[in-house]
Design a protein around this ligand. Structure first.
Ligand SMILES: [Cu+2]
Length: 236
């Protein structure tokens, strides 16, 4: 259980049981919800296939089991059955194609960049920390003991432009179900639209050297009014 911290909620470590264990995935952004529903769909379809296959096996072994005093009754013996062959080839094919199409659309949704993001932040990974540069001037930088905290508004679109100044790092926030490599000399962009207030833990997810483990950060999602006030205080 989370302990009560005065004034704020404790940053999650990203490994709370029941949140990141083998259960339903956490979703703190609109993009994460898209991925989570994809995950849920795969789980449901997978379970349906399991029930069908186990059901058929159970049916076969009980229907044609050897019975006491019943002699040796065999199930119908045949070499080919075209309708059956076609059915068990086509049905899985349709299933796989449908799941592929759904995932393709989900990934396109997650990767989609809004034409006019509300907030833009240049994120730079370096050995061993993170720099958050807000369009307009503010740059946040922390240390291993006081990792930087990115502040973004709830329900609005934040564009992250990600790069690295030295080696490969990776920007990862478990609650956002999102991870992206930070590559030196190359900038990539993605959008986040938070759907939950709170402070979410982030990590470097690419082993990048001796102090890789210290490359943490957090993302604090606040109401848009609070964000505007925070920007007012920090804009320079
Ligand atoms: Cu790193």
């Amino acid at each position: 259980m989370a302990r009560a911290y005065p004034g704020s909620s404790p940053p999650k470590t990203g490994y709370e049981p029941g949140v990141h264990g083998q259960t339903w995935p956490a979703t703190a952004t609109a993009q994460a919800s898209v991925l989570a529903s994809d995950w849920v769909l795969f789980t449901i379809v997978g379970l349906a296939v399991v029930v069908l296959v186990w059901g058929l096996i159970l049916f076969a072994v009980t229907r044609w089991r050897r019975r006491d005093g019943g002699g040796d009754e065999f199930p119908p013996q045949f070499r080919t059955n075209n309708p059956l062959e076609i059915a068990w080839t086509v049905a899985p094919l349709i299933l796989v194609c449908a799941l592929f199409a759904y995932t393709y659309r989900a990934e396109a949704d997650v990767e989609n960049l809004a034409p006019h993001p509300d907030v833009t932040i240049h994120v730079q990974g370096y050995m061993w920390g993170w720099r958050f540069g807000y369009a307009g001037g503010t740059t946040l930088e922390g240390s291993a003991l006081a990792p930087p905290e990115m502040v973004i508004p709830l329900g609005e679109t934040t564009r992250i432009e990600l790069t690295s100044s030295d080696v490969n790092h990776a920007f990862w926030v478990p609650d956002f179900l999102f991870k992206r490599d930070a590559i030196p000399g190359r900038a990539t962009a993605f959008d986040l639209r938070p759907s939950k207030l709170g402070t979410f833990a982030g990590r470097c997810a690419e082993f990048c050297g001796l102090n890789h483990a210290l490359m943490s950060f957090s993302v604090r999602v606040v109401p848009p009014e609070d964000y505007a006030r925070w920007r007012g205080r920090n804009a320079r």
